[in-house]
Design a protein around this ligand. Structure first.
Ligand SMILES: Cc1ncc(C[n+]2csc(CCOP(=O)(O)OP(=O)(O)O)c2C)c(N)n1
Length: 373
């Protein structure tokens, strides 16, 4: 299955590819690649992410975690991406795609432990909250600088091509990151070396307080791929089926040796940029309300209901189940201690150089500083 956009109505770099109409029906004559099983799983994961984000924001407001970045309103892209790739594929995320790890089997408790930065966190509390990584699921942490994950993704894809192992790499960015040199370096290199990298831009209309209209004068973000010779597509990012089908086709094309692609997913950040941001300073509630009406979770729910796969009692049951799952995970994780002090010396050198070994010993000879509760 490779990508022949000429045969797929609406799939282009200036159009807006849609599969689901607003009422949850499918565009006439279109047949999606997503099975019922994929759709039900996708809905569950979208809802889990929404519940999780809401709980994490509450914890942040209660002072129990330091920082959080939600994905509310944008869930279709990460969840569809997670379901469209193979086990060995790699993911280089930006801020709003951590949930891909969860869908690919990373344990919820370890995920939440990263947000607390405690001893159950595989990153040992070294990264800012919401900057996860999981070697077990081939997901690389975002550095917080806007853009560097893109040349990294292209480099990993180049390695895959050189090794001939058929692994595909996804690299994510926001609309703001298209103004960073790394975006241009990455797309150029990807095209010249025809690497198996699918670059996905979540155009959520805002880069903190900078609107998409001030980010570029191009007609769309997707057309930027043309300049580099990267096949590019613009899709409705609130339409899980459109995103799933497009990513799946691009990934399979990359796996078949057809090189890179670039996808712009048009969506909207319903919440604040992060727990440190107040969006009422720069955008109107009317604008937010317009996008709440285009909720990607609601649209998929309508679709499943139309197909007889979903109803109110299943929704209620799922809500209860997710609240228990997430509530129990938080209770468990919050009890873990901080990472041991000496772990700051781990993971850089196979054998500690003498001066660091000396510092480590010195540290262990001193009692820990008192903690303040
Ligand atoms: C190189 C660099 N410049 C500026 C910042 C500050 N900053 C953090 S997030 C952000 C906006 C990112 O917007 P976008 O790429 O659209 O992603 P979004 O947060 O909307 O998902 C900026 C400018 C940064 N982290 N790194």
């Amino acid at each position: 299955m490779t990508l022949d956009s000429a045969k797929i109505a609406g799939l282009s770099d200036e159009g807006l590819f849609r599969v689901l109409n607003d009422d949850g029906s499918i565009v006439d004559g279109y047949s999606s690649l997503a099975s019922e099983e994929v759709l039900l799983r996708a809905y569950r994961e979208m809802k889990r992410l929404r519940v999780l984000d809401a709980r994490m924001m509450l914890l942040q407001r209660q002072g129990r975690i330091g920082f959080y970045g939600t994905c509310t309103g944008q869930e279709a892209t990460p969840i569809a991406a997670a379901l469209a790739i193979a086990k060995d594929d790699w993911v280089f995320q930006a801020l709003r795609e951590s949930s891909i790890m969860l869908v690919r089997g990373f344990p919820l408790t370890r995920y939440i432990a990263q947000i607390f930065g405690n001893s159950h966190d595989v990153l040992k509390g070294r990264m800012q909250p919401s900057h996860m990584a999981g070697r077990a699921v081939n997901q690389v942490s975002w550095s917080s600088c806007i853009g560097p994950q893109l040349p990294q993704a292209v480099g990993a894809a180049w390695a895959s091509k050189l090794k001939g192992d058929k692994t595909v790499v996804l690299g994510f960015l926001g609309d703001g990151a298209t103004s960073q040199p790394d975006f241009h370096n990455a797309l150029n290199f990807a095209a010249v070396y025809r690497v198996p990298c699918v670059t996905i831009c979540q155009n959520n209309h805002w880069a903190i307080s900078v609107p998409a209209s001030k980010q570029t004068a191009s007609s769309t973000f997707a057309v930027k791929g043309r300049a580099y010779g990267v096949p590019s597509y613009r899709v409705d990012g609130n339409d899980l089926l459109a995103v799933y089908d497009t990513i799946k086709r691009c990934v399979e094309a990359a796996r078949a040796g057809e090189g890179p692609s670039f996808i712009e997913c048009v969506t909207y950040r319903i919440g604040a940029h992060s727990s440190s941001d107040d969006p009422t300073r720069y955008r109107s509630q009317e604008e937010v309300d317009e996008w709440i009406a285009k909720d990607p979770k609601k649209r998929l729910q309508l679709h499943l209901t139309k197909r007889g796969l979903w109803n109110d009692s299943r929704e209620e049951e799922l809500e209860k189940e997710l609240n228990v799952e997430i509530g129990e995970a938080i209770t468990l994780v919050e009890k873990y201690e901080a990472p041991a002090r000496e772990t700051i010396f781990d993971d850089v050198y196979e054998q500690l150089p003498w001066h660091l070994a000396e510092q480590r010993k010195e540290l262990l000879n001193h009692p820990p500083a008192p903690t303040h509760s």
